[in-house]
Design a protein around this ligand. Sequence first.
Ligand code: FAD
Length: 459
Amino acid sequence: MKLKLRSAQLTPTDIRELRNRIDGEVVVPGDDGWDEARLAWNLAADQRPAAVAIPDNVGDVVEIVEFARDAGLRVAPQGTGHGAMAMGNLGDTILMKLHRLRSITIDAEAQTARAGAGTIWIEVVEAAAEHGLAALAGSSPDVGVVGYTLGGGLSWLGRKLGIGANQVTAIEVVTADGRLHRVDREEQPDLFWALRGGGGNFGVVTAIEFRLFPIREVYAGILWFPVDRAGEILAEWRAWSDGLSDETTSVGRILQLPPIDEIPEPVRGKSFVVVQVIHLGSEDEGRELVAPLRGLGPVMDTVAWVPVESLAHLHMDPDHPVPGSGDGMALDDVDTDTIDAIVSHTVGAPILSVEIRQLGGAIGRSHPEHGALASLDAPFIIFAIGMAPTPETLAAVESSVASLRAALEPWESPHTYLNFAETRRNPKSLWTETSYKRLRRIKKAVDPRNVIRSNHELA
Ligand SMILES: Cc1cc2nc3c(=O)[nH]c(=O)nc-3n(C[C@H](O)[C@H](O)[C@H](O)COP(=O)(O)OP(=O)(O)OC[C@H]3O[C@@H](n4cnc5c(N)ncnc54)[C@H](O)[C@@H]3O)c2cc1C
């Protein structure tokens, strides 16, 4: 193996060499298109890598990894850049943008899907729905399937069917030595375990295979109330959420919607407290379940019997790149004091959305066959986000989200959830102690020179 260990500055010869070695593209500082190439989905992320490499195929992925390793650089795989805010300084890193490795195959009989590294959730959701199947997708239609799953994967169906990573059946990955592996329960079980919840620390994933579920419809939607009822409605929702079966997932949320065209006219520029409900069961059962919340007199009510694929839009997440800043934390409880803290630090602050998602059910149950994120013990998780189109708004949102997090420290769970952490965290807080130690051992074995870097590194 060549070991050159140069400085992070790529010479024109280096760049020519990499361009010659791949079918895809290499963009470096000073090139036309540099500013576009370094953009992440989150437009507030100011990514300044040594180079951006855009592979066209798996062979390119191998070449880029080998080139970076031999040049003494690191490689950061990126699917969409939804998680780019936590990335940190990329000066010694080639940012590998994987959006061209986009493919989706559904095996309707086996009830599985195979997605290429650049595939986004809406593509899987829609392809699966054609066969009456549903995936454990998250709230956003254009989050990357691979990044989401490597970090865990909290789905609207999670309380019934668990964390997304634990429904993965096989992963294809290029490790730092430039080898392509197909790992599963039998082949390299340690690496397979680490990839399912350990984040993007172990290699560049080129494809992922996972189970689908025969679900066509759900009873789901949103109950909207005026924001001045935030404390009351969140307390009612919290009491109602106790004792729900695993079939139901719910969210209590404050929304302060900006007056912009992307927001539908009836809610544009207005603020609300909302309850989101997703019930896997019959329509009658769902109606009965939601009746106490309807009794609170929502000003709008979209909860209905809907095709399961419509869950991709339930949360109203943007389906195109936006500048934003947010952060999350897992909570050991939500009581009236927690709700008071959330309301007083959110209403009127530059926070577009603060959501309290209910966890529990299958999300909280681990099994020996699960991966590195076997379960999440906390019963609730919070995520707050604001729009950040300018440095000034970014600073204001970061400060508001940080003070909300500080106010919620008394309820903070010792472990948080990687996918909801958009600031750098102590990596020990992202996994259990045993899992963290095992992840470090596996990282040392597959990537001793720490070539592959994730947005949440292990050390
Ligand atoms: C609007 C919004 C809604 C969200 N909703 C949910 C939700 O409902 N549930 C949930 O669990 N999460 C949710 N998330 C969080 C999301 O799952 C994480 O940000 C996730 O990491 C995004 O993956 P990505 O590939 O889109 O982003 P990226 O920023 O491209 O990837 C994030 C990290 O994943 C790793 N990675 C990505 N692709 C590869 C690859 N091919 N090989 C190796 N490593 C790779 C890298 O370490 C990378 O830094 C949401 C985020 C946003 C912004």
